[in-house]
Design a protein around this ligand. Structure first.
Ligand SMILES: C=C(N)C(=O)O
Length: 126
């Protein structure tokens, strides 16, 4: 099946050898986003601002692929401190409505650029 590389200036450029997203048929696989500003490429301060930026970045990439958060079937969230679980849950509810996508949240030792939170998505477009 043909693969389409998704690229948008409305989300941070890749900081390594990956694409912002890859579309295969009606499925879209988004790379992990950390809380980088797409223009300055600077990390937001603190977990709340970083989580907001993560979801804004993911939303921009999803839009560039022709989708939105209503199309998300799976989200993976990575936290360097699971004490931030509640904060990230609350911020996620600002972006997602029920029925929520499937999700995994895992604690990790470190994330790129010293980020506190990273998330990636899978979308299925109708
Ligand atoms: C930020 C990333 N998605 C990465 O380094 O893989």
């Amino acid at each position: 099946m043909a693969r389409q590389i998704i690229s948008t200036p409305d989300a941070p450029a890749a900081i390594g050898p990956y694409s912002q997203a890859v579309k295969v048929g009606n499925q879209v696989f988004l790379s992990g986003q950390i809380g980088l500003d797409p223009v300055s490429m600077q990390l937001a301060d603190g977990v709340e601002a970083q989580a907001v930026r993560v979801f804004d970045n993911l939303k921009a990439v999803a839009a560039a692929a022709g989708g939105g958060f209503a199309d998300v079937v799976k989200i993976n969230i990575y936290l360097t401190d699971l004490a931030n679980f509640g904060v990230v849950n609350e911020i996620m509810t600002r972006y997602f409505a029920e029925p929520y996508p499937a999700r995994a949240t895992v604690g990790v030792r470190e994330l790129p650029r010293g980020a506190l939170v990273e998330a990636d998505l899978v979308l299925v477009l109708d």
